[in-house]
Unconditional design. Sequence first.
Length: 119
Amino acid sequence: MSTLSDRVSKAIKESGLSATAVAKSLGCSPEAVIQWMNGPTKNLKGEFLFALADLTGYEARWIATGELPERTAEWDQRRKALIGLYDQADKRGKDAILRVAEIESTYSVKPDHPAERAA
């Protein structure tokens, strides 16, 4: 992955998120995310870079520069654990896991949200 837009695109696409979902979570416009993915963007503001890394499980350094590793080891372990649990679940359990994932993918806690301050 030679360009920032290539790496941003890969992180977003492989995480299964849409540009709109990323924008909503990061507090920016979908047009900005689309420009990061397709445009001539040379760098991302730190707040967006680190938020995108947290959201997708890709290392901020890799997104910004292409330096390895691509993903955090913890993210990969959690992803594998979730997939393993999904694979072991019956149809009802799989449906429940997907419903929760769909609901959670639309939820975003803003930094000034009371639940964030209490954490």
